[in-house]
Design a protein around this ligand. Sequence first.
Ligand SMILES: CC(C)(COP(=O)(O)OP(=O)(O)OC[C@H]1O[C@@H](n2cnc3c(N)ncnc32)[C@H](O)[C@@H]1OP(=O)(O)O)[C@@H](O)C(=O)NCCC(=O)NCCS
Length: 225
Amino acid sequence: MQVSISHAIGNNQDVHAPQEQAAKVVVEPLTYVDIESVVDVHMEAYHDRPSGMVGRKYARQFLLWFSHQPDAVAIVAKHGDKVLGYGVGAPVGYQRRLNRNLFWTVFWSVLFRPKVWINPIVISNIWSRFLVLLGVSPKESRPPDLPLPLMSYVGAAVSSEARGMGVGFALYKSFEDETRKLGTVKSIRGTVHRDNAAPAKILSKLGWTPWRENKLGYISWFKSL
Ligand SMILES: CC(C)(COP(=O)(O)OP(=O)(O)OC[C@H]1O[C@@H](n2cnc3c(N)ncnc32)[C@H](O)[C@@H]1OP(=O)(O)O)[C@@H](O)C(=O)NCCC(=O)NCCS
């Protein structure tokens, strides 16, 4: 299947040139209506990572949280009624609000899943969330000349059946456009594992710059808007 991709948000400008008999994929704001399908995409993509390992309930609340924040961006790519992917993000500093709002969901989700207790990413994640709740901000590593405030692109995924057709690119591009429209931040950050080639390729194409790699192999990427 080939896709042509438009922004329903904004001015219907095509991201990719329309192709003959192409299916129409639209990027629009994430709402409650699509949440279960978005959670399906999330659980498939992140089944082996902390945000998937702690279960559907957490994933649902985590993703909806972004759609409820006035300073955040939550978008979904759809073909007709079918959800193909999503992207969510919020300005750096969002973690404290998120952790406070989702504290009990995280607590119960982790308590009943002993398998996640020994995962190094989960342990590091929970530790930094705990510190954030106590008011201790994690050490930020970013280019010194980066204009602030900074938006964090927290998560994105495309269902396995729709990958490799430009849906991911459209979601990242739309995320940038929506962030610009908010008018409240001056740059964007995203974190990609060094072995995850697809998002790195998309970010390069969109003009993002890789910065530093942390001890778990995640590289921070930045772009000034
Ligand atoms: C990252 C992701 C959203 C990309 O979605 P997508 O719809 O496949 O993206 P696109 O079709 O726009 O493809 C992006 C580029 O990556 C390339 N690509 C896709 N899979 C790849 C792979 N496994 N290795 C190398 N390149 C790959 C594509 O060929 C394309 O490059 P091109 O435009 O030069 O051909 C999707 O792979 C995904 O959901 N992954 C799991 C969750 C995840 O890792 N999210 C990002 C966290 S930072």
